[in-house]
Design a protein around this ligand. Structure first.
Ligand code: LMR
Length: 400
């Protein structure tokens, strides 16, 4: 009965790792998936995460019971505080409901299904470009996906005029997906002044913000600074949704730990919203896994561990920023044609190089460098040892 099944293509991002794993060259380099690597090119488990895990393992009271449908209560509370700020009026007034999610993707999916069931507008606007999984998540959840202009390839910066025009023309009540910081794949974020204009426009038209916050602390090294955009929208008293991921900022990629928060206008609304979120989650995966959320809660509730985390987080962010400078310098030293200043201007894990599909294919074939075909490279996968190899490949690709 399955003999006619057509082979599906690999995922545009995770498929890059599949191809990389098949390559036997000793010089191969994976700059596809956004996953942090050390200077030695190794995955990193944060010290503070190891410490938290030790505490959990040595605690005899810990059992493997099911979590509630909405996840670990303490984790949910701490996650809301992390993104909205400890003094957020929305939290103090109990207007926020937070449920544990399967990292960013799972949290977005639960939020999207909730909106498809209970929100009157089914159109969601996503930026061009955006993370490749976004349109799939929203479409499969039953929303209708439209786009707004975001990136200007000419300036390699924000197309702010286009963004305002497109959101200005969106129907009343439409949902708008916003990258809280470190826009993926472009690394281009609005300034705070621009965020304020976006907020005013969206509120004046009743557009509903849905934030994807996958890089809090990873963009600037400051957890508060990277949550500014979200906090501006919460401060005005209006509704919003926010999906959080701990994949990058705590290095908990495979633990699949994240959260979905919905900020409402009143406490009793938030509590009814939560009751409906449970109906979304229960038939989807019943209840979330316990381990990753316990690690996060252990770290966030202890001031000493929290501080240790912020130091380790800043070190990761700083290493990425230093890779930007190294790559920029290496291209300048090679006299590589074009302006490469966007490498140092862009924010977060990725550089949107401006290399085209053919150039990417050339770099993979000749230099064994793996990246997404849109020219995005994960700066977190680079080290001072591998920068010259990448710079040689880029130079060859653009001068050929
Ligand atoms: C990425 O964009 O590389 C990451 O968010 C990982 C993923 O799941 O795609």
């Amino acid at each position: 009965v399955f003999s006619n099944i057509v082979r599906a293509p690999e995922d545009p991002i995770l498929g890059v790792t599949v191809a990389y794993n098949k390559d036997t060259s000793p010089i191969k380099l994976n700059l596809g998936v956004g996953a942090y690597r050390t200077e030695e090119g190794k995955p990193l488990v944060l010290n503070v995460v190891r410490r938290a895990e030790q505490l959990l393992v040595n605690d005899p009271s810990r059992v493997k019971e099911y979590l509630p449908i909405v996840g670990l209560a303490e984790f949910n509370k701490l996650s809301a505080k992390l993104i909205f700020g400890a003094d957020s009026p929305a939290i103090q007034e109990n207007r926020v409901t937070t449920v544990q999610g399967l990292s960013g993707t799972g949290s977005l999916r639960v939020g999207a299904e909730f909106l498809a069931r209970h929100y009157y507008q089914h159109t969601i606007y996503i930026p061009v470009p955006t993370w490749g999984n976004h349109p799939k998540i929203f479409t499969i959840a039953g929303l209708s996906v439209k786009t707004y202009r975001y990136y200007d390839p000419e300036t390699r910066g924000l197309d702010f005029k286009g963004l305002l025009e497109d959101l200005g023309a969106a129907p009343t009540g439409a949902i708008v997906l916003l990258h809280a910081c470190a826009h993926n794949p472009t690394g281009v974020d609005p300034t705070l002044e621009q965020w304020e204009q976006i907020r005013q426009l969206m509120r004046s038209k009743g557009l509903l913000p849905f934030f994807d916050s996958a890089y809090q602390g990873f963009a600037s090294g400051s957890l508060d600074a990277d949550a500014q955009s979200v906090r501006m929208f919460v401060a005005d008293g209006g509704e919003c949704l926010a999906a959080q991921s701990y994949a990058k900022n705590m290095g908990l990629y495979g633990e699949r730990v994240g959260a979905l928060s919905i900020v409402c206008k009143a406490a009793d609304v938030a509590s009814r919203v939560e009751s409906q979120l449970k109906l979304v989650i229960r038939p989807m995966y019943s209840n979330p896994p316990i381990h990753g959320a316990s690690i996060v809660a252990t770290i966030l509730k202890d001031s000493d561990m929290y501080n240790e985390w912020t130091v380790e987080l800043k070190a990761m962010a700083d290493r990425i920023i230093s890779m930007r400078q190294l790559l920029f310098d290496a291209l300048r030293d090679r006299g590589t044609p074009r302006d490469w200043s966007h490498i140092i201007k862009q924010i977060g894990m990725f550089t949107f190089t401006g290399l085209n599909t053919e150039q990417v294919a050339f770099m993979t074939k000749e230099y064994h460098i793996y990246m997404t075909s849109d020219g995005r490279i994960s700066m977190a996968g680079l080290s001072s040892r591998t920068v010259p190899h990448l710079a040689d490949a880029i130079h060859a690709a653009v001068t050929r």
